[in-house]
Ligand binder design. Structure first.
Ligand SMILES: C=CC1=C(C)c2cc3[nH]c(cc4nc(cc5[nH]c(cc1n2)c(C)c5CCC(=O)O)C(CCC(=O)O)=C4C)c(C)c3C=C
Ligand SMILES: [Fe+2]
Length: 337
C-alpha cells in the first residue's frame, strides 16, 4: 500500500522548561543543525546552551502557545487532515524532533500495511538542518528497521509555480490596496554560512557574494541561499513589486559564527529608524506559523520597528491550513500515484 509521510520540525511537548530542554537537546545535538565535531557539540549544547536557553525559550513559547498545544504541531495536524480530503492516499504526519517521532510513525505505517512511501519534508528550501536531516534519519531508520519500504523523496518546492502563486495571493489578500506602497521584507530562517559551503557539491561555486546565487549552477539544487532568493524573486515578479519595495533577510541567528546576512532584526530596526510608513514581513521558509514567526516576527520585530519610529507593521501569516494549500499538496500527492 502507498502512503505519504509529511514531516515538519516539531516543538516541545509543553512550555515547561524541562520539556523545552529535552526538545532543544534533541534538536541541537543533531549534527546537521550544530555541525561541529561531536565532542565540541556536546560541550557547547550540554555545557552551555542547555544551561540558559531552555528557560528563555520556554518563556517565548508561553507567549504563543495555544490551548491545543504548539501552533506548529497543531497546524501541521490540521493540515494533514485537510490534505487527506484531497487525496485517497493515506497521509501520515511526523516531527523531526519531539512528537510524534518519525520512528513511531514509520512503525505505525508498517503495522497498517504501508510498503511505498512518499516522504514530504515540509520545507520549501533545502538545508542540512531541514530537508537533509529528515531524509538522512528516514534512510537510517529504513535501513535498520524497515528494509522492505520503498521510499521516494519529495523535492524542495521553493520555485514551484503553484506554491509561488499561493504566496503571492497571501501577500495580496493581506495587504489589499496597500500592496504597492508597503515595503515587504522576505525574512527566511538563517543558517551558518559554512552550511552553505558544505552543501555545495561542486565545492567551488558558492561564495556568498553578490553573484553566485544568480549564476546558474548545479549547486543551486542544494543551496538554501539561492532557493530563498528565487522564492523572493518569483513572488516579487508575480506581484510586480518595484525593486525598492522589497528586500530579503535572515532571522533567528544562534551563536557567534557568521550566519547569512542581512539579519532580520537589524534590518527591521534600520527600517524603523528610516521612518518607513508601511512595512510587511513574510516568512516563506515556514509553511506553518511557529515560534519563529509568531514571537520573533509578529511580536519582537513589530516592537523593534515601532520603537525605532516605524509606522504600520503587518505580519503576513504562513500558508497554514488554507484550503488552496492543502489542495495543492493533495495534487502533488495525486501526481505521485
Ligand atoms: C526553515 C527551516 C529551519 C532551518 C533551516 C533551521 C535551522 C536552524 N535552527 C536553529 C536553532 C533553532 N531553531 C529553533 C526553532 C525553529 N526552527 C525552525 C525551522 C528551521 N530551523 C522552526 C520552524 C522553529 C520553531 C519551532 C516551533 O516549535 O515553533 C529553535 C528553538 C527555539 C529557540 O530556542 O529559539 C532553535 C534553538 C539552528 C541552530 C539552525 C541551523 C543550523
Ligand atoms: Fe531553527
Amino acid at each position: 500500500m502507498k502512503a505519504v509521510l509529511m514531516v515538519n520540525l516539531g516543538s516541545p511537548d509543553s512550555t515547561k522548561t524541562k520539556d523545552v530542554k529535552k526538545y532543544l537537546a534533541e534538536f541541537l545535538m543533531d549534527e546537521r543543525v550544530i555541525d561541529i565535531p561531536y565532542v565540541s557539540r556536546f560541550l557547547l549544547v550540554k555545557g552551555i546552551i542547555l544551561n540558559t536557553r531552555p528557560k528563555k525559550s520556554a518563556a517565548a513559547y508561553q507567549k504563543i502557545w495555544w490551548k491545543e498545544g504548539s501552533p506548529l504541531v497543531v497546524i501541521s495536524h490540521q493540515l494533514r487532515d485537510k490534505v487527506s480530503t484531497y487525496t485517497k492516499t493515506p497521509v501520515y504526519l511526523a516531527m523531526r524532533y519531539g512528537n510524534p517521532s518519525i520512528h513511531s510513525v514509520l512503525k505505525k505505517m508498517n503495522t497498517d500495511g504501508v510498503t511505498e512511501i512518499l516522504l514530504m519534508p515540509m520545507y520549501p528550501h533545502y538545508a542540512m538542518a531541514s530537508t537533509e536531516t529528515v531524509e538522512v534519519l528516514v534512510d537510517e531508520l529504513q535501513k535498520k528497521h524497515f528494509p522492505h519500504f520503498k521510499i521516494e523523496k519529495f523535492k524542495p518546492f521553493y520555485n514551484n509555480p503553484a506554491y509561488i502563486q499561493l504566496l503571492a495571493d497571501k501577500v495580496k489578500s493581506t495587504l489589499n490596496s496597500e500592496l504597492q506602497d508597503t515595503k515587504i521584507v522576505f525574512s527566511y530562517h538563517g543558517l551558518p554560512e559554512r552550511q552553505i559551503y558544505k552543501t555545495d557539491p561542486t565545492k567551488s561555486h558558492c561564495k556568498i557574494d553578490g553573484s553566485c546565487c544568480t549564476t546558474p549552477s548545479i549547486a543551486h539544487k542544494t543551496c538554501y541561499r539561492h532557493q530563498c532568493f528565487e522564492t523572493t524573486r518569483l513572488v516579487a515578479e508575480n506581484l510586480q513589486l518595484k525593486t525598492e519595495n522589497y528586500t530579503i533577510s535572515f532571522q533567528s541567528r544562534l551563536g557567534r559564527t557568521p550566519w547569512l546576512l542581512p539579519a532580520t532584526d537589524q534590518l527591521i530596526e534600520e527600517l524603523g529608524n528610516e521612518k518607513i510608513e508601511k512595512l510587511a514581513v513574510i516568512s516563506p521558509a515556514f509553511v506553518s506559523d511557529c515560534l519563529e514567526t509568531l514571537e520573533e516576527i509578529n511580536m519582537e520585530a513589530r516592537q523593534e520597528f515601532t520603537a525605532a519610529g516605524g509606522g504600520k507593521f503587518t505580519y503576513i501569516p504562513c500558508l497554514n491550513v488554507q484550503p488552496a494549500w492543502a489542495e495543492l499538496i493533495g495534487k502533488w500527492i495525486n501526481n505521485w500515484n
